[in-house]
Every structure is written in C-alpha cells, then in structure tokens.
Write a protein that binds this ligand. Structure first.
Ligand code: FES
Length: 104
C-alpha cells in the first residue's frame, strides 16, 4: 500500500473498534470511520424522522447535501455523514426537518 495516499484501511480486521451508543443500543464501530456509513453497515436504517409525519429518513447523499442523516450527537444536531466515529459517542435519532446546530 502506498502510504503517501491520505487513505487508511478501516476494514474490521485492522481498525480498532470503539463503542458508540445509538438510541440506547451499543455498537462496536471502526474508530475514524464515517459515522453514517458505520451505522448503516451495523444495520441502522432510520437516522431521523420528519417532524410533521414522523416519516423515517436515512443517509442518502453521503456528502453533506441532503441532511437526511441528521442525528443528535452528545446533544447537538449534526450530519452523521460528516462525522467520524469516536470512542464513546452518544447518538440519538433526530426529530427535525433539517439544519445543524451552530458549531455542528
Ligand atoms: S447523507 Fe446527505 S447530508 Fe448526510
């Protein structure tokens, strides 16, 4: 592997797994992985619900444009696709139409 590239291997065999809580369930996710991708790979299919009809939403664009991956992380509304997995994250489903909290 060319170490000059800005990519690193996050396969389960090499990445260190850290505990992340999503809506009260603990998941062991690869540290440094994209949070939306890691949760999808772990089987999470609903990241938020819409405020009017409670329709389920899940990541769609994976590049910060659609806001369908909004979650509450440590009490702040963030885009899961723009967040890296870190040890001890506490993530909850968001019940919002869109937008991230300031500094989010
Ligand atoms: S998946 Fe579209 S903004 Fe995150």
């Amino acid at each position: 592997m060319n170490n000059a590239l800005p990519f690193h291997d996050l396969s389960p065999d090499t990445a260190s797994l850290v505990n992340v809580r999503f809506d009260g369930t603990e998941y062991a996710l690869p540290e440094g992985a994209n949070l939306a991708a890691a949760l999808l790979a772990a089987g999470v299919t609903v990241f938020r619900t819409t405020p009017t009809s409670q329709a389920p939403r899940a990541p769609y664009c994976m590049m910060g444009a659609c806001y369908d991956c909004l979650v509450k992380i440590d009490g702040t509304t963030r885009q899961a696709c723009m967040t890296e997995v870190r040890k001890g994250l506490i993530v909850e489903r968001a019940h919002t139409a869109g937008g991230v909290d300031e500094n989010g």
